[in-house]
Design a protein around this ligand. Structure first.
Ligand SMILES: NC(=O)c1ccc[n+]([C@@H]2O[C@H](COP(=O)([O-])OP(=O)(O)OC[C@H]3O[C@@H](n4cnc5c(N)ncnc54)[C@H](O)[C@@H]3O)[C@@H](O)[C@H]2O)c1
Length: 375
């Protein structure tokens, strides 16, 4: 592996795999990193991969990468590259992450980790063989100032020990039955459906706020059985929605719901926690607000995002000027490079992400049976 821990210029060579929604989001994060977090690292944008060579070339020019390729394995082993950002369909996560790790690179991988639990376990075992290489998963909703503040409030005991958490993550991107069949609807490229796409984000919030999950009981449903494609209607192979009851290792109870066909909902990652001294609730669609109730208050008090919350001031000195989706990724990039260059722990690593995978895959197979998760 390239020894970069004490590289004086803090430069890092970057390969980005994928040019879609998340490809652009990672590119933006790499661009903004040193502007927002002065001195964090100086990314060199070396090589951009897309399977379509003309798309790769056009995006490399637009995203500011030095070179483009349609050969992802070559990008992963490029000697100028230190870190690989993987932003492609879920079915390619395991092969790409494994080649990148074996080539000595640090890996920033979009969620979910992989298609199957077996794949996620194998990736975690491989990452353990390379302890000097950092892995981080793209759970960007953990990074917003409001969410970081929520974690501080809950962990500090301000609302007392939590006895319950109720959470929902709903979107409606698949709510229109005429929307064409895509990789997201397949077991081969998408793996799980709403659980792998959305539910895993809610579990990342639940674990960060409440600790490990010890048992789940879940049901899944596919509401739109087929979708159109040029070859005719194709089967939707995974779930559109899931509901679950949760027991946390702390003894607290939880409820969980996720859907990709919840018409009218766009990014409703919404939860509330009830503690002995108060409650707190959050909705990602209004990600600059956190609502807190302390025993005796009349209702909830709105805490508007501002420089008093973690990482906000690095972007903007003005309170209430609002923090955005893509900015979460810049914080994720900062955490990733600090782990590489300074050894500051960051996560979720593959080992931590595996816990999330265990929960969502247990939900997919529960079908009404309680499944213990062992802590
Ligand atoms: N963290 C988040 O908030 C978030 C949001 C959306 C998506 N994601 C995750 O990011 C990943 C990509 O999702 P997206 O929305 O950017 O998808 P997308 O469809 O917008 O982009 C996918 C990219 O992968 C490339 N690609 C397609 N098939 C490929 C193949 N077989 N081999 C290699 N490359 C291929 C495409 O050309 C494109 O560049 C997924 O794992 C998804 O779960 C995360």
């Amino acid at each position: 592996m390239t020894s970069i821990a004490n590289r004086p210029d803090r430069s890092l060579g970057v390969a980005l795999l994928g040019t879609g929604f998340m490809g652009k989001c990672h590119a933006l994060a790499w661009h903004t990193l040193s502007t927002v977090f002065s001195g964090a690292a100086h990314p060199r944008l070396e090589v951009l991969f897309d399977p379509d060579p003309s798309c790769a070339a056009a995006c490399a020019a637009n995203f500011g990468f030095a070179r483009s390729t349609d050969d992802w394995a070559a990008a992963c082993s490029d000697p100028t590259v230190d870190v690989v950002s993987i932003t492609v369909p879920n079915g390619m996560h395991r092969p790409m992450a494994e080649v990148a790790l074996k080539a000595g690179k640090h890996v920033w991988l979009e969620k979910p980790m992989a298609l199957t639990l077996d794949d996620a376990e194998a990736m975690t075992a491989l990452a353990a063989d390379y302890p000097n290489q950092v892995t981080i998963l793209g759970y960007n909703y953990l990074r917003s100032p409001a969410f970081q503040e929520a974690v501080r409030i809950v962990k500090s005991g301000e609302i007392g020990p939590p006895h319950a958490m109720r959470g929902v993550y709903d979107e409606d991107y698949a709510g229109d039955p005429s929307k064409p069949w895509s990789w997201r609807d397949t077991k081969e490229k998408g793996g799980l459906g709403a659980l792998g796409d959305l539910g895993c984000h809610l579990i990342s919030h639940m674990v960060a706020l409440m600790g490990d999950i010890s048992e789940i009981t879940a049901m899944t449903q596919t509401s739109i059985a087929t979708r159109p494609s040029p070859e005719g209607p194709q089967l939707v192979e995974n779930e559109d929605s899931a509901l679950a009851l949760i027991r946390f290792a702390s003894g607290a109870q939880g409820s969980f719901a996720t859907s990709r066909v919840a018409l009218g909902r766009n990014c409703r990652l919404q939860w509330e926690i009830h503690g002995s001294e108060g409650s707190i609730w959050f909705d990602q669609e209004n990600m600059n607000e956190l609502w807190v109730h302390r025993r005796g208050d009349a209702g909830f008090t709105r805490h508007l995002t501002g420089p008093q919350q973690p990482d906000y001031a690095a972007f903007c000195p003005g309170p209430g000027h609002n923090f955005g989706f893509n900015e979460q990724k810049t914080i994720e990039a900062r955490d990733f490079v600090r782990a590489i260059l300074d050894g500051t722990p960051c996560g979720p690593t593959f080992a931590e992400g595996l816990k999330i995978e265990r929960v969502i895959h247990a939900m997919a197979r529960s079908q009404g049976r309680p499944i213990p998760l062992g802590g």
